[in-house]
Design a protein around this ligand. Structure first.
Ligand SMILES: [Zn+2]
Length: 189
């Protein structure tokens, strides 16, 4: 999928919020190249790895998206999107992928300044839940409330002693299953 930098997300966003595409590159579409701050790639990789409750990844894609500019056998891949909050404009987010750090490092991709500022401004000690952000950007508030009430109940009733993968167990330990109840508590009617 190709999208020009700073174009609107491929699903319409609700309310006055903004979600802008960054780093959705593809062969056949020129992209800006140049110098970026030295710490940018390391910061992006830290954001990619950050676990709940500092979670920036969401919107798992069906299958892997591969880098179009690398040779077949050593292509980088991404299976999720990252949602980065803008550092200056409230209610503005950037939707990018796990390939952006690779594009910068391997292909000299230069993302827009506002995105670079936003990435460098991310404070990985503060709670942030991209999955909740994603839902609040794309779901009408009533729909979100209904879904979260159902999901909160499901999470509370779920038996945790069965068949959890290592990753799910870790998420559970960190309380990711409580995100729905947490949002409901923070957004009372
Ligand atoms: Zn590549």
């Amino acid at each position: 999928m190709y999208f020009e930098d700073l174009s609107p997300y491929y699903y319409p966003v609700v309310g006055g919020q903004q979600l802008l595409m960054i780093g959705w590159l593809e062969r056949g579409h020129a992209f800006p190249t140049g110098e970026v701050p030295a710490e940018l790639v390391a910061k992006l990789r830290a954001i990619e790895r950050s676990p709940y409750p500092q979670q920036y990844r969401c919107a798992l894609t069906r299958g892997l998206h591969y880098c179009h500019f690398c040779k077949e056998d050593d292509r980088e891949a991404s299976n999720a999107e990252l949602f980065i909050p803008d550092s200056d404009v409230p209610d503005r987010y950037y939707a990018t992928t796990f390939l952006t750090s690779h594009y910068i490092e391997a292909h000299r991709y230069q993302p827009p300044d506002a995105f670079i500022r936003a990435v460098l401004a991310v404070d990985l000690r503060r709670p942030y839940d991209a999955i909740v952000i994603y839902d609040s950007l794309l779901l009408p508030p009533e729909t979100m409330r209904k879904e979260y009430e159902k999901k909160a109940k499901d999470a509370e009733n779920e038996r945790i002693d069965i068949q959890l993968t290592e990753k799910q167990r870790e998420n559970f330990r960190r309380g990711a299953h409580l995100r729905y109840r947490k949002w409901l508590d923070e957004n009372p009617l």
